[in-house]
Design a protein around this ligand. Sequence first.
Ligand SMILES: C[S@@+](CC[C@H](N)C(=O)[O-])C[C@H]1O[C@@H](n2cnc3c(N)ncnc32)[C@H](O)[C@@H]1O
Length: 225
Amino acid sequence: MSEARLWNAVDDYFTGRLLGDDPDEALTAALRESDAVGLPPIAVSPLQGKLLHLLARVQGARRVLEIGTLGGYSTIWLGRALPADGRLITLEYDPGHAEVAVRNIARAGLAERVEVRVGPALESLPRLADEQPPPFDLVFIDADKANNPHYVEWALRLTAAGSLIVLDNVVRGGRVADPDNTDPDVVGTRAALDMFGTHPRLDATAVQTVGVKGHDGFALARVVS
Ligand SMILES: C[S@@+](CC[C@H](N)C(=O)[O-])C[C@H]1O[C@@H](n2cnc3c(N)ncnc32)[C@H](O)[C@@H]1O
């Protein structure tokens, strides 16, 4: 069996054991609708979505910020972790993606809790900061990787001690550790990881993963002050 087939088989096994055999209608529909209108298949996997959900629950998160919505698949996992009066703001550049996400989020019964803001995140974030929102308990960064250091900077401005920042796709098949790789996405991720490792307000780690999304990984940083 090839490595990729083995990773898929283990993910399928975990998914069956841990997420149940009955497909979750809202999550399944979100992926189906996203696929039907041609969105790229780059949402987090079901097991990764559940990890985000559990992290938000462990955080006792009431306020979540997501950068990079796509069709709202990870948004639904995170939104479901919130209490009824919780709030999730998710930022999406592409109006077409945002339109699909709004429908998927509504189908999941989360329209009251979740707001999709359309536009480049580096324009949405200063506008959001101008509103002086209460600190976000969890920030999930999953958009254009070249801007990752800017997103970490904004996450620091919009969080407080005890908040959690999750940075996705930090491995990319190992390219992050290849010094000859100068792809802007890789360079952006390295810069964000440097901030995670050296910023006095952050305490961080990173985990590489294999599975249906190939060889990749995520980094976690707790805001300590
Ligand atoms: C990897 S996908 C997000 C996947 C989603 N978090 C999930 O797991 O279901 C990245 C998304 O970020 C969006 N994006 C790219 N550049 C962006 C930017 N500058 N501002 C906001 N969103 C951006 C893309 O259009 C795409 O929908």
